[in-house]
Design a binder for this molecule. Structure first.
Ligand code: ADP
Length: 364
């Protein structure tokens, strides 16, 4: 974990006193603890916070922006008694995910300083539940191509005198083993995402750039099907996160738009900003999704038509990867679709705040 001191405070005598107090004893201690931390001076002024605190969007204008946490700080200041609490913070202003935090607030020396220590428990809990049902689903999905390979290899043995049949079975074996390797690759992608918090070591990402790259990756597939991809950037948008993950999410949506559309149609990608939220919409003129399936479409391995999905090399994991990436970035993904008319998937990410952008660019 990287620890960094906040930029220098204006040198008032009060701050100098605080800084000298902190540098002698307490910074060392704060750095040694495996937790994020905030130090609050009298008057509720934040005088120090560790880098990871940025992830929680807790601090603005040198104040803690969370009522519950401010109440805890005041309670400690009044009573001198350490307070422990659990807190759930949204991962972003709109996002589906939460940070599950254990918070400890305690007084620190005689200068009226209060330390807030934050332990992030979300990862452990999230990973636990995800792993459990993932293992169950995956064994089922892997069995299908493995079973097919075993039957096909028996068929090859039995057809040893029939070269035409052998070549037919062999090409089906190739298709099944490609499917198996695609599936394994997607599983690796998904498990990487689940182990990762892109906000913690996030970079500032320019969304127009990422969208253009994602479109380029799908260009060949689209051309084969005479599908045209349009991109319209109505606004500039910078978000905090992992560029390759955000690119993967956008590319998955574009690939689906192509795969589930008839030839010679168009796919439109738009980027705009609404109320500090970046919105990327991917629209197609494809087969659409029946209303009864809309609710379950982001579940792992859920497919409207498994046979069609298999035909296009689908694994049923693409949209759950998209949803993971959106939630991990404090965003979300939503869907509008009419069967037979087309679909629009909208990814939303909170824009990087000025404070976070400045802090990150000062580290680079
Ligand atoms: P797959 O690998 O099967 O494409 P996804 O998780 O990406 O898996 O998508 C799940 C299912 O959602 C697909 O099998 C398909 O039935 C449906 N789907 C996804 N995107 C679209 C789209 N743009 N138009 C119509 N159906 C879609």
């Amino acid at each position: 974990m990287i620890w960094r001191f906040k930029e220098k405070q204006p040198t008032t005598s009060a701050n100098l006193k605080v800084e000298s107090d902190l540098s002698t004893q307490s910074f060392d201690l704060l750095r040694a603890i495996d937790a994020e931390s905030i130090v609050v001076a009298p008057g509720d002024k934040v005088i120090y916070y560790s880098n990871g605190i940025n992830t929680f969007n807790l601090i603005k204008d040198e104040r803690i922006q969370n009522k519950e946490l401010n109440n805890l700080v005041r309670a400690v200041r009044r009573s001198g008694i350490q307070q422990d609490a659990t807190m759930e913070l949204p991962r972003g202003p709109i996002g589906g995910g939460t940070h599950d935090l254990l918070v400890r607030v305690t007084s620190m020396g005689d200068a009226g300083l209060i330390a807030v220590l934050i332990f992030d428990d979300s990862e452990m809990r999230r990973l636990d539940s995800i792993r459990r049902d993932f293992v169950a689903n995956i064994s089922h999905e892997l069995k299908t191509p493995i079973g097919a390979l075993s039957i096909l290899s028996e068929a090859v043995l039995e057809a040893s005198n029939d070269p035409e049949a052998i070549s037919k079975f062999a090409s089906r074996m190739q298709a099944e083993s490609k499917r198996l390797s695609d599936l394994v690759q997607e599983i690796i992608n998904l498990s990487r995402l689940q182990d990762d918090d892109p906000l913690k070591n996030g970079k500032i990402i320019n969304l127009s750039e990422v969208i253009n790259d994602a479109i380029d990756q799908s260009r060949l597939n689209a051309e084969k099907r005479k599908i045209t991809i349009f991109f319209e950037a109505l606004d500039d948008a910078q978000v905090l996160g992992d560029k390759s993950q955000v690119g993967m999410a956008i590319n998955n949506l574009i690939e689906n738009a192509i795969n589930y559309s008839p030839d010679s149609t168009r796919v439109t990608v738009t980027l705009k900003v609404n109320d500090q939220i970046a919105e990327i919409a991917v629209s197609d003129q494809g087969i659409g999704i029946p209303e009864k399936d809309l609710e379950r479409i982001f579940e792992r391995f859920y497919r409207v038509d498994p046979a069609r999905s298999r035909l296009t090399g689908g694994t049923g994991l693409g949209l759950s990867i998209v949803k993971h990436i959106a939630n991990n970035h404090g965003g979300d993904v939503s869907l509008w679709s009419v069967e037979g008319a087309g679909s629009t998937f909208t990814l939303r990410f909170p824009l990087a705040t000025q404070e976070v952008s400045e802090k990150i660019s000062s580290q680079e």
